[in-house]
Write a protein that binds this ligand. Structure first.
Ligand SMILES: CC(C)(COP(=O)(O)OP(=O)(O)OC[C@H]1O[C@@H](n2cnc3c(N)ncnc32)[C@H](O)[C@@H]1OP(=O)(O)O)[C@@H](O)C(=O)NCCC(=O)NCCS
Length: 142
């Protein structure tokens, strides 16, 4: 029988299992360093990673943080064998509660062009397309 699912903040010891989940969910792009991303999210009070666990197994994650203005979600992932059972919804709700508890009024997220199919999931949760041009710049030499 499946273990009950629990949601909890990640700790540094969860790094390897969480990064393996991100790879399984095809979330790691070649320009990302997932270990650095995980450590940075846990390093300060304005961000965290929420995990879904079944016993000792990490089966879901979402990175959540704010920049002093808006909240942001990253690395939302549910293990392939656990999908379509409400876990993604529960993780997003936990991230939204984390932001609301810190007074953040609005949450944003980015969907890669090659992952547009996931927009249907976010729409089920009340998210809507926000037409903007997103610009970015690396602050260290590539
Ligand atoms: C996106 C993801 C986290 C969804 O997790 P999940 O646990 O399967 O989602 P849920 O079961 O909580 O689904 C919530 C609702 O969205 C719907 N839904 C789930 N995936 C969907 C999809 N790809 N397209 C449309 N609707 C979807 C569900 O049917 C459910 O609908 P309901 O309101 O009728 O109950 C999961 O598919 C995943 O890990 N994908 C790979 C990683 C990824 O793309 N992450 C997002 C990066 S922006």
């Amino acid at each position: 029988m499946d273990r009950p699912i629990e949601l909890r903040p990640a700790t540094p010891d969860d790094a390897a299992a969480t990064i393996a989940l991100w790879h399984d969910a095809a979330l790691v792009a070649s320009h990302n360093d997932p270990a650095a991303d995980f450590a940075f999210a846990l390093a300060g009070p304005s961000s965290t990673v929420v995990l879904a666990t079944a016993g000792a197994t990490v089966v879901g994650s979402v990175m959540v943080g704010h920049d002093g203005h808006r909240g942001w979600l990253y690395y939302l992932a549910v293990a392939p064998t656990r999908r379509r059972a409400g876990l993604g919804r529960d993780l997003v709700a936990a991230a939204e509660r984390w932001l609301a508890a810190r007074g953040v009024p609005k949450v944003h997220l980015m969907v890669r062009e090659d992952n547009r199919a996931v927009a249907g999931f976010y729409e089920r949760l009340g998210y809507a397309d926000m037409p903007r041009v997103l610009m970015s710049k690396w602050l260290h030499p590539g």
